[in-house]
Design a protein around this ligand. Structure first.
Ligand code: ADP
Ligand code: NG1
Length: 466
C-alpha cells in the first residue's frame, strides 16, 4: 500500500502541473498472470488466472466541455484529445489511447449515450507492455470504470467485465474475456477459475508450499499489431465448424470448440478422440476447408469469419480490399487438428489443476508443475505460440528448481510463469537471473519487473482521495 500511496501522490502532483487542477478520483485496474488455460477462453473454456500487483492507475477530473483529454506519465505515450461524442478507434494502429477509447466507448454504447461531457485523465501504468500480463486489458478496464464513475452509473463487476471484453475487440483482436474478467473479479489471496457463458469466478486456493514466479523473456509482442492471435482464433472457429459438420450438427451456427462438446454431450477426452477421427494432422488449405463445409471461398471470407479475423488474412480492413488479396489468402494454411488438440487438452488440464488444488495431496506442487509443463509443450508444439526465448527461459526455470514452467498470456514473446517450492525461491531467482538476464542484449526496460515472485492480488477499484 505505501507504494500505491506514493504513486497516487505523484500522480496528483503531475495531474496538477498538466491540467492545473486536482483530480476528483482515481481508478486502478490490475494486470494478471494466467497460471494455466492458454488460448482457450475464446473457445468457451474456463481459465485459471490471478491478478498481479502491477496495474494501471488513472487520475480523473470530469470537465464541462465535450473534450476528452488523455495524458500519460510515461513520455513514450503522447497526449491525446478528442470529442467525447465522436470516438474513432483506428484498428490499423494500436496506439495507446485507442485502448482507453475502447473502454470509454464500451460504456457509452452500453448506456446508449450520445451527449457526454468530457474529462481530463492522467494514466500511470507499471505492467510490462506486450508481455502477456494484460497491460492492454488493464487499461481498457480502467477506462471503463473511469467512465462509469464519471457518469454516476452502477454496473456489477460481471457486467463491467463483459462490456470491457467486448469493447477491447474494437482494437482489432478477438480475445476471449479472461483478462477483463480477472481485472474486475480478482480478490486478494486467491486465484480464480473463470468460467464463461455465464461469466463467473470461483476461488482456487493455491498451495502454500509453492510460489509463482513471473519471468519476462524481454521479447515484446503486440497482439493488435500482428495477425498471429486472430489467425489462431480463426483456426479454432474453423476446427469447430469442421468437427460439428463431421458429427452431423448444424455447423453454420457454431463458433467455438466448446459448443461442439456441449452439443455432443461428451467429455473432453472423448472430444480428443473425435478430433483424431475427424481432422488430419497435415494443414488444411482454404479450398479444402470450403470443400469440407460445402461453401465457396467468398462465403468462407464473408460469412464464416468475423471482421477481426478477416483482417488476419492480409491486414486489409474491408472485405472489398480483402477480396482483392488472393495471394495472402491462398498462402494461408490452417492447422486445425493441432489447434483443436491443444484446446481440448488444455481445457482438461485447467480442470485437473483446480481439482489438485482442492484435494491438496502430498505431492500437490509436483502434480501442478507437471500440468504446467504439459501446457507449455502443447502451446509450443500444437498451438505454436511460443518462441525460442520463451522455450529457453522455461528450460532455465526448470533447471534451477521450478517444478513446472510455461509461457503465460498470448505468447510469441512475453512472460513465463513457474511454480517454485517456497524453500528454493531465493536460489531460483539468483540462478535464473544469472542464466537469462545477465546478457547485454536483453531489453531490460522493465528490469526490476523482469523476474519476480507474485501473489494473487485484488481487482479494479475507485479511490476518492489520494
Ligand atoms: P498485453 O499482453 O500487455 O496486453 P498488448 O500488446 O495487447 O499486450 O497491449 C500492449 C499495449 O497496451 C501497448 O502497446 C500500449 O499501447 C498499451 N499500454 C500498455 N501499458 C501502457 C501504459 N502504461 N500506458 C499507456 N498504454 C499502455
Ligand atoms: P494477453 O495477450 O496475454 O493479454 C490474450 C487475450 C486473452 C487470452 C490470451 C491467451 C486479449 C485482450 N487477451 O491475452 O483473452 O486469449 O491471450 O490465453 O485479447
Amino acid at each position: 500500500m505505501p507504494v500505491l500511496f506514493d504513486r497516487l501522490m505523484k500522480l496528483k502532483e503531475m495531474f496538477n502541473s498538466k491540467f492545473g487542477s486536482i483530480p476528483k478520483f482515481y481508478v486502478r485496474a490490475p494486470g494478471r498472470v494466467n497460471i494455466i488455460g492458454e488460448h482457450i477462453d475464446y473457445c468457451g473454456y474456463s481459465v485459471l488466472p490471478m491478478a498481479v500487483e502491477q496495474d494501471m492507475l488513472i487520475a480523473v477530473e470530469p470537465v464541462e466541455t465535450q473534450t476528452l483529454q488523455l495524458a500519460n506519465t510515461n513520455p513514450l505515450y503522447p497526449d491525446f484529445s478528442t470529442n467525447a461524442n465522436n470516438i474513432q478507434i483506428d484498428k490499423t494502429k494500436p496506439l495507446w489511447h485507442n485502448y482507453f477509447l475502447c473502454g470509454f466507448k464500451g460504456i457509452q454504447e452500453h448506456f446508449g449515450l450520445s451527449n457526454l461531457t468530457g474529462m481530463n485523465c492522467l494514466v500511470d501504468g507499471n505492467i510490462p507492455p506486450s508481455s502477456g500480463l494484460s497491460s492492454s486489458s488493464a487499461l481498457v478496464c480502467c477506462a471503463g470504470l473511469v467512465t462509469v464513475t464519471v457518469l454516476g452509473m452502477n454496473l456489477s463487476k460481471v457486467e463491467l467485465a463483459e462490456i470491457c471484453a467486448k469493447s477491447e475487440r474494437y482494437i482489432g483482436t478477438e480475445g476471449g474475456g479472461m483478462d477483463q474478467s480477472i481485472s474486475f473479479l480478482a480478490e486478494e489471496g486467491t486465484a480464480k477459475l473463470i468460467e464463461f457463458s455465464p461469466l463467473r469466478a470461483t476461488d482456487v486456493k493455491l498451495p502454500s508450499g509453492a510460489v509463482f514466479v513471473i519471468a519476462n523473456s524481454c521479447v515484446e509482442m503486440n497482439k493488435a499489431a500482428t495477425s498471429h492471435f486472430n489467425i489462431r482464433v480463426m483456426e479454432c472457429r474453423l476446427a469447430a465448424k469442421l468437427l460439428a459438420k463431421y458429427k452431423g450438427l448444424q455447423w453454420d451456427k457454431i463458433l467455438r470448440l466448446e459448443e461442439v462438446q456441449a452439443k455432443l454431450g461428451v467429455s473432453l477426452e472423448e472430444m480428443l478422440g473425435i478430433v483424431e477421427d475427424a481432422l488430419h494432422p497435415s494443414p488444411y488449405s482454404p479450398e479444402e476447408v470450403c470443400r469440407c463445409l460445402g461453401i465457396s471461398l467468398q462465403e468462407l471470407r464473408t460469412q464464416v469469419l468475423s471482421p477481426n479475423t478477416q483482417n488476419a488474412f492480409c491486414g486489409k480492413t474491408t472485405i472489398k480490399q480483402m477480396l482483392k488479396c488472393d495471394t495472402s489468402f491462398s498462402v494461408l494454411i490452417f492447422k486445425l487438428y493441432q489447434r483443436a488438440k491443444h484446446v481440448y487438452s488444455e481445457a482438461a488440464r485447467v480442470l485437473q489443476f483446480k481439482k489438485i488444488c482442492e484435494e491438496a495431496p502430498d505431492n500437490t506442487v509436483q502434480l501442478l508443475g507437471d500440468l504446467m509443463n504439459q501446457s507449455h509443450v502443447s502451446c509450443r508444439d500444437m498451438y505454436e505460440c511460443s518462441c525460442p526465448e520463451l522455450d529457453q527461459l522455461v528450460d532455465i526455470c526448470r533447471k534451477f528448481g521450478a517444478q513446472g514452467s510455461r509461457l503465460t498470456g498470448a505468447g510469441w514473446g512475453g512472460c513465463t510463469v513457474s511454480i517454485v517450492p517456497a524453500d528454493k525461491l531465493s536460489s531460483f531467482l539468483a540462478n535464473v537471473h544469472e542464466a537469462y538476464y545477465q546478457r547485454s542484449d536483453r531489453n531490460l526496460t522493465f528490469e526490476k519487473q523482469s523476474l519476480f515472485a507474485t501473489k494473487p492480488g485484488g481487482g479494479a477499484l475507485v479511490f476518492l482521495e489520494a
